[in-house]
Design a binder for this molecule. Structure first.
Ligand code: HEC
Length: 164
């Protein structure tokens, strides 16, 4: 019995250790593992920074994007991933993603994040996924720049045409 209990507590401890290992931003948002297998909503390119980005969404976000539902329902999450670019080694007039820059998240929970338009903001920088922000106030930077698109529930990205 004792051995059995020890085994249970070890398993629990291992669980807690894994949970705390996830990088977490000062406003308490942890990296969402598995974002890389979400659906693509749209790519974007920022010429001044020379970054290629892709905006991905979980099922709730993708459905809201497809149907044009605004405001986004609770549970919608979008991720924006950015890479530097390089000339394609086999076809130099084309560019392709090179080094990972960062991943950002917007998590919809109208009550919890009421102060920032119902969105929880988080950014993880570099391959080591370092949480961004000295303190929880960093979200003002995100929210501030997203405010011009308040009319689209603070979301810049539009779903482009995907004829099929
Ligand atoms: C200087 C302006 C600016 C700031 C600051 C900013 N964003 Fe954005 N964000 C954008 C733009 C513009 C887009 C549209 C995609 C693109 O052009 O890369 C975007 C897109 C996004 C998206 C995809 C959903 C959408 O709105 O299109 C997420 C997620 C996101 N940003 C998270 C964040 C987080 C988290 C922060 C703060 C750590 C942040 N952003 C700060 C300008 C900004």
């Amino acid at each position: 019995m004792k051995r059995y209990l020890t085994l249970i507590s070890l398993t629990l401890l291992a669980g807690i250790a894994t949970a705390t290992e996830l990088p977490t931003t000062p406003n308490g948002i942890s990296l969402i593992k598995g974002y890389a297998s979400w659906q693509i909503i749209a790519p974007s390119y920022r010429p001044d920074k020379d970054h290629l980005r892709v905006v991905l969404g979980n099922d709730v976000a993708v459905q809201a994007m497809t149907r044009g539902t605004r405001p986004f329902p609770d549970g919608a999450v979008m991720a924006k991933v950015a890479w530097t670019v390089r000339k394609h080694p086999s076809f130099p007039v084309a560019v392709e993603p090179d080094k990972f820059v960062q991943v950002e998240f917007m998590i919809k929970d109208a009550k919890k994040y009421a102060a920032t338009g119902g969105w929880g903001f988080a950014r993880f920088v570099g391959p080591e996924l370092k949480p961004y922000g000295k303190d929880a106030g960093f979200v003002q930077e995100c929210f501030g720049c997203h405010t011009p698109v308040k009319g689209n529930d603070y979301v810049f990205t539009h779903r482009p045409a995907y004829p099929e």
